[in-house]
Design a protein around this ligand. Structure first.
Ligand SMILES: Nc1ncnc2c1ncn2[C@@H]1O[C@H](COP(=O)(O)OP(=O)(O)OP(=O)(O)O)[C@@H](O)[C@H]1O
Ligand SMILES: [Mg+2]
Length: 328
């Protein structure tokens, strides 16, 4: 074990966990590479059905945001991921949520609306694939698949959002206003994908979570767009969730790593590679250490459900701190 490698891991925050949605993408290892069921593929296919509400279910720190961020980023340009935060709003009230969602779409910087498309098109070009699938999206107006949203088109979306916001004071108007806004995406052959991901915010407010599923998610089922919701395992036990459950397009549950030692090694090695720290993992973590880490992960699993990867990474950081203090 070299002190130099340990210091590098420490300096480069290799095993730090970030709360930032966009930063999760690079750290994400698709589940098949972790020896687990292909939930990445399952979520992508569910979104590509281009309808309804999808729940991504897992315990705190298990990787819901990571999966949603990575899959949303990998969608082709026929889909427009739109993040809607639930912090600071009464998310259990559909009208309040819808007004807030319309406001967020109105205020999205232009770059947010175009950068996903640019990356999707670059990927398509690099892979020499055509983007034919997007052509199957409900046909409409002036912008076809394979073209970046123009400033004019984005301006139209944002004007539509402003207009709907003014009307959306009564409940019936709010729902139809949201639908009209979603329709502006369909008209340019784009499927709007609303991402509700910071729901960990409700961990001390289960009644808000309950009402969100029972009222807001249920209302969204009838709208023409996709909504992906990060759902804590505890929320999935709420009556409001149970009532909406059979109307969901899909429920994607994060699985326990079938081989925790191998899976965690892959996650750690991926992080070492992306922070450009060379060296095999066993140079810094001997097999018995990895075994202990796997035990810590497994202690946070329940039956076949995923464990707390955030905590597991925190254990790894502590181990490095301890080792750094000891190794001279
Ligand atoms: N498939 C994965 N590959 C690599 N790292 C992962 C994976 N899934 C999760 N992680 C890492 O584990 C940590 C926790 O993940 P994430 O923030 O997505 O959990 P979460 O379920 O959204 O948590 P919360 O319930 O608090 O919202 C992150 O640092 C993330 O990078
Ligand atoms: Mg999260």
């Amino acid at each position: 074990m070299t002190r130099e490698t340990l210091s590098l891991l420490d300096d480069r925050f290799t095993f730090q966990t970030s709360g930032r949605f966009d930063l999760l993408i690079d750290e994400h290892v698709p589940y098949p590479q972790l020896g687990a069921a292909d939930v990445d593929g399952a979520l992508r296919k569910a979104i590509e059905r281009a309808e309804g509400v999808i729940a991504v279910v897992g315990r705190v720190g298990s990787g819901k945001s990571s999966l949603i961020a990575a899959v949303a980023d990998g969608l082709d340009e026929g889909f427009v991921p739109l993040r809607v935060s639930v912090i600071g709003i009464e998310a259990g009230d559909p009208v309040a949520f819808i007004r807030h969602a319309i406001t967020e779409i109105r205020d999205l910087p232009q770059i947010h609306l175009t950068q996903h498309e640019e990356r999707a098109l670059d990927r398509a070009a690099a892979e020499h694939r055509t983007t034919g699938r997007a052509h199957q999206l409900r046909a409409g107006g002036e912008l076809g698949a394979g073209h970046i949203l123009t400033a004019k088109v984005i301006g139209e979306i944002q004007t539509a959002a402003s207009e709907e916001l003014q009307r959306a004071t009564d409940p019936a108007e709010a729902m139809s206003g949201m639908q009209r806004l979603l329709d502006t995406f369909w008209k340019i052959m784009r499927c709007p994908v609303l991402i509700v991901e910071d729901t960990d915010h409700w961990s001390n407010a289960p009644e808000t979570a309950d009402r969100f599923f029972d009222q807001t998610a249920r209302a969204f089922v009838n709208l023409d767009g996709v909504m992906v919701i990060a759902t804590q395992s505890d929320y999935a036990k709420l009556d409001g969730y149970r009532r909406v459950r059979e109307r969901l397009t899909a429920e994607v549950s994060l699985p326990k790593l079938p081989n925790a030692v191998a899976g965690l090694a892959t996650v750690l090695e991926h992080r070492m590679l992306s922070s450009e720290v060379d060296g095999p993992l066993d140079e810094i973590l001997e097999p018995p250490g990895l075994e202990l880490l796997a035990q810590s992960y497994l202690a946070s699993t329940h039956e076949e459900a995923a464990g707390d990867l955030r905590h597991t990474l925190a254990v790894m950081r502590t181990a490095i701190d301890v080792a750094l203090a000891k190794v001279c």
